[in-house]
Design a protein around this ligand. Structure first.
Ligand code: ZN
Length: 417
């Protein structure tokens, strides 16, 4: 007999995503391994049993004091894995909205002290306690919308000491919030003011000093770079990522966001784990990503907030055979903690089906983030899941404002930090 501390009963549907290849591509992105009239039993922070509600009592015995949750008319899905965030920062850039609305360009805003470098100033000036507090509250916001794992990038310090400080905060944030976090070193997010007009010299410094220390101390799982004209060239990006790879880090690329930077081609050539953004990537280069087994991490809400007229090429990427994952890109430039809204944008603007969007934000998000034990509801796996108060899984991605009624991380309800 299986023992359980928690049971969820009478669920109209459970999307387990428990069968199939990882990551999923093409038609397999539609396969949710759905169960109807289902129950889930949890024990010791893990999934102990999943099956038909009528068979629960024959298979599962509740421990004394066990919790039982009535899931009638509701659905359960795996906890979301947000595969691309810049959630570790200080301050906000709300003042820029009125300037943008009146037609001021990003370049002018930046020249007047706004933009990314204003976040760098705020982040450098913030104490560790301030950064921990602000970021933990965002991670809690994300968790309350069903995100139980997230990739987190450094990149708002842009100097040796500051970037290491940000990376060291990530395990502390994981411990404080309970959200599973994957640290990514993005020292090459932008050219810092100290290296203005000399991006290659800044990359030289990262290669000489910061990257080896990041690798030696095990501070990051991935190295990422903003490969775009005005940021870092393909050549500098390649030097950085090859070095990171040789030091044992996985690699990711911010590719083709504003213009065709050839970042996706670079990601394919290097066998990166993911190429991200891809708003300007031609179909031919999506094919290269598919062939090289590189995931496309798409950020459909950033296409709105950056004022770009293009939409996230989600349909095109799935049709090209690329493993598509989704990210919120939560940052001071595009602040969103609600992953269900990201799914809805991927469906309404990116033209994914709701089932594809769910796959992209769970099992494929986990793969793009290098997480093995996330993104499915499966016996033996961590009990990370959400219950939404509607009877069909396909309402996720259809509704912009879906909000879970219950979110469990390793079997425990999420609570404010
Ligand atoms: Zn980004």
């Amino acid at each position: 007999m299986i023992r359980a501390e928690t049971v969820l009963r009478g669920l109209a549907e459970v999307a387990t995503l428990s069968r199939g290849a990882i990551p999923r591509t093409g038609a397999a992105m539609e396969e949710l391994s759905l169960r109807e009239d289902a129950a889930i039993a949890l024990d010791g922070g893990r999934v102990a049993w999943v099956g038909n509600d009528r068979e629960l009592s024959r298979n599962v015995r509740l421990r004394p004091g066990a919790r039982s949750f009535d899931g009638t008319g509701k659905v359960a899905v795996p906890g979301f894995v947000d595969a691309h965030t810049h959630v570790l920062f200080a301050g906000d850039r709300s003042k820029e909205m009125a300037l943008k609305a009146r037609g001021m360009s990003y370049r002018t805003i930046a020249r007047r002290g706004g933009g990314l470098l204003s976040t760098v100033r705020a982040t450098r000036a913030a104490s560790e306690a301030e950064l921990l507090h602000a970021t933990a509250s965002r991670l809690f916001g994300m968790a309350s919308y069903g995100t139980t794992s997230a990739e987190v990038k450094s990149g708002y310090a842009l100097d040796h000491t500051g970037e290491l400080r940000l990376l060291r905060l990530i395990p502390r944030l994981e411990h404080a919030t309970g959200t599973r976090l994957v640290p990514t070193f993005l020292g090459a997010h932008a050219v810092p003011p100290e290296f203005r007009g000399r991006p290659s010299a800044y990359i030289d410094q990262i290669l000489r000093r910061t990257l080896p220390e990041v690798a030696r101390r095990g501070l990051a799982r991935f190295c990422d770079v903003f490969c775009e004209p005005g940021f870092f060239s393909v050549r500098d990006s390649e030097r950085l990522l090859r070095a990171a790879s040789s030091l044992g880090l996985g690699v990711k690329v911010h590719a083709d966001e504003f213009v065709l930077s050839r970042g996706a081609r670079l990601a394919a050539r290097l066998g990166a784990r993911s190429a991200d953004h891809l708003l300007s990537t031609p179909t031919e280069d999506l094919g290269r990503l598919a062939k090289a087994g590189v995931a496309a991490v798409l950020l459909p809400l950033t296409a709105f907030s950056s004022g770009a007229t293009r939409r996230s090429p989600a349909r095109e990427a799935v049709d090209a055979g690329v493993a598509v994952a989704l990210g919120s890109d939560c940052s001071p430039a595009s602040w969103v903690e609600a992953m269900p809204t990201v799914l809805a944008a991927a469906v309404h603007a990116g033209r994914l089906t709701p089932a594809e969007a769910l796959t992209a934000s769970t099992v494929n998000g986990a793969w793009a983030s290098g997480l093995d034990a996330a993104g499915t509801i499966e016996v033996g796996r961590p009990a990370d899941l959400s219950v939404f108060p509607f009877p069909k899984v396909e309402l996720l991605g259809y509704r912009f404002d879906a909000r879970p009624e219950l979110v469990l991380r390793q079997g425990k309800p999420v609570s404010p930090p």
